[in-house]
Design a protein around this ligand. Structure first.
Ligand SMILES: CC(C)(COP(=O)(O)OP(=O)(O)OC[C@H]1O[C@@H](n2cnc3c(N)ncnc32)[C@H](O)[C@@H]1OP(=O)(O)O)[C@@H](O)C(=O)NCCC(=O)NCCS
Length: 185
């Protein structure tokens, strides 16, 4: 798999030990953690363990692979993009992303997602990519819609999460839809 990926402003690459401080900082921001699977405070030991695993992890069915997002111009680590290829069908994958709050609203998540989708639907020949998000996470579902994902489900209070039932949107895009879309751009 062609990693690192170079997009316009980003290098999408495996995590390194030197990512520890920026990674810990955004994982400990309640606004970044709100709709994500980890809790704040997020311990240094957990971050060390995470980076140790992600440094060498390959894109393997049934496991999340999280890649760091580095700004080419400054070398700063500003977030990560996550892909999880389904064990039951390796031509389908989940997509996720997190950015440090200071970098929201600049198109970095969209740029990273676009580069990763090009890889998944290109070199890796995937058929379908799905993403799930809390209905209240408008930044996330707006991003999915900008990328051309289709809202396929609205699940109502389906998940007990961080102390309350929440509702989710499920989004997906197919290889042919992505290719059609990128051909038009
Ligand atoms: C979800 C998340 C990554 C989205 O970040 P984001 O900054 O809104 O998304 P992007 O980086 O693609 O930026 C898009 C915004 O930047 C603006 N923008 C500014 N410069 C831009 C550029 N050069 N190119 C594209 N968009 C640009 C866009 O207009 C858009 O603004 P809008 O949302 O008001 O329409 C971010 O909110 C986050 O990390 N949240 C916490 C973690 C999380 O919840 N992850 C998802 C779990 S499902």
């Amino acid at each position: 798999m062609q990693i690192p990926i170079h997009s316009g402003r980003l290098i999408i690459r495996p995590f390194r030990d030197s990512d520890l401080e920026p990674f810990l900082a955004y994982r400990n921001d309640p606004d970044v953690a709100r709709y994500q699977g980890w809790n704040v405070p997020y311990a240094r030991e957990s971050a060390l363990e995470f980076i140790a695993e992600m440094k060498t992890r390959q894109f393997t069915p049934g496991e999340w692979l999280q890649l760091a997002l580095e700004v080419r111009e400054t070398g700063e680590t500003i977030g990560d993009v996550a892909i999880h290829c389904m064990k039951s069908d390796p031509r389908q994958a989940y997509l996720g992303y997190s950015l440090a709050r200071a970098h929201w609203g600049r198109g970095y998540a969209g740029e990273a997602a676009q580069a990763v989708l090009d890889l998944l639907f290109g070199e890796l020949n995937l058929h379908r990519v799905v993403a799930e998000c809390d209905v209240e996470n408008a930044a996330s579902w707006r991003l999915l819609e900008r990328l051309g994902f289709r809202r396929e489900a609205h699940l109502v209070e389906n998940l007990f999460f961080k102390g309350a039932y929440c509702s989710e949107y499920h989004y997906a895009i197919l290889e042919r839809e992505w290719k059609q879309r990128t051909k038009q751009e």
